[in-house]
Design a binder for this molecule. Structure first.
Ligand code: PBG
Length: 350
């Protein structure tokens, strides 16, 4: 019989009617890297990563993003190079966001529905070149909207049902041009079901949906909005994105997205929302993804650049924490960096 609480250094056990004092030695199982390998519980594999990139219209363009160190707005030719680099390291899934020139942005975001728009041209080319690679789209109006909101705006209000019509049209165009998984990042109510129905009706029953399910109104999206120059012109996104003060409410989003037909559910951001990721893991029959967003990535880079810690140590610790909390899939700007670390530390025999 053990008569001490778990975690105590000394326990008294009763054996053959005698009390024996035992010193718990958890360090025994950490004595060398082979033993540590035996007891390892979690290790994020590069196949589980998604690498988000910003696509420009000009095929040869490459522009630095000031607030997102080491990430660029890229034309198609550079995107191809990145995909070749990443797939050699086991990263096989990419998320593409369109960088739309200001002159094409309007309050009704009709550029999103222009059939020969560069985003659609690019995915067609990429899918032909890389049939085995998985591409995830973005569905929301903000890259195309002169208001910088994810939905249509009328008198300062973000319209829900009117927006759904446009989102579903985008979904069909994206599916038609070859995206494997659609990524609605807009947080309008009912969008998953609305899109699923439109996709099925148009013959795209095989196109998946990764719902930005619990997406919080976060300060961490700053560098992303710089990358797309998509910050809201007025107001904030609190009438559609979730309040960071809430936890249980995320389960309502989860329930509705499961019922509406999502194939994956996402928590966003990641690191400040490990409790939500853990809740999703326990409650979701669908694979769970977490988006380690631009501000989270930039903090790591800038912290390392200022000597606070080593990037190649803090970055894998961060991404594995997100995975350990319950995220099957991790979307991160550090995908290639992580895959290099994984190769050097876990694939090379040592
Ligand atoms: C908007 C969208 C955002 C991100 C992805 N899609 C920002 C926002 O909601 O304002 C953020 C991603 C990141 O910060 O890396 N539809």
């Amino acid at each position: 019989m053990v008569v001490a609480t778990h975690g105590a250094e000394k326990v008294t056990i009763q054996c053959l009617k005698k009390n024996i004092i035992v010193m718990i030695r958890t360090r025994r199982n950490r004595k060398n890297s082979a033993v540590r390998g035996l007891i390892r519980e979690h290790l994020l594999h590069p196949n589980k990563l998604v690498y988000p990139m910003f696509l420009m219209e000009d095929d040869d363009a490459k522009e630095a993003i000031k607030t997102l160190p080491n990430q660029f707005r890229l034309g198609l030719n550079h995107i191809v190079t990145e995909i070749e680099k990443a797939t050699k390291l086991g990263v096989n899934t990419f998320m593409l966001f369109p960088v739309v020139e200001e002159k094409y942005k309007t309050s009704t975001a009709e550029y999103a529905l222009k059939e020969d728009m560069f985003y659609y041209r690019a995915i067609k080319t990429l899918k032909l070149k890389f049939p085995e690679v998985c591409f995830i789209s973005d569905i929301a109006l903000d890259p195309y909207s002169s208001d910088g909101h994810d939905g249509l705006v009328k008198d300062g209000e973000i319209l829900n049902d009117e927006t759904l019509v446009v989102l579903s049209q985008m979904a069909v165009l994206q599916a038609k041009n070859g995206f494997d998984i659609l990524g609605p990042s807009d947080m309008m109510d009912g969008r998953i079901g609305h899109m699923r129905e439109a996709l099925n009706k148009e013959g795209f029953g095989n196109t998946s949906i990764m719902s930005y399910c619990a997406k919080y109104a976060s300060a961490m999206y700053g560098p992303f909005r710089d990358a797309l120059e998509s910050a809201p012109k007025s107001g904030d996104k609190k009438t559609y994105q979730m309040d960071f003060l809430n936890r249980t409410e995320a389960l309502r989003e989860l329930d509705s997205d499961i019922l509406e037909g999502a194939d994956f559910v996402m928590v966003k951001p990641a690191l400040h929302y490990l409790d939500i990721i853990s809740d999703f893991k326990q409650n979701s029959p669908l694979p769970v993804a977490a988006y380690h967003v631009s501000g989270e990535y930039a903090m790591l880079r800038m912290g390392a650049d200022n000597g606070l810690f080593a990037y190649d140590k803090a970055m894998p610790e961060t991404l594995n924490a997100i995975h350990r909390a319950g995220s099957d899939i991790v979307i991160t700007y550090a995908a290639i960096d992580y895959a290099v670390w994984f190769r050097d530390n876990y694939l090379a025999p040592n």
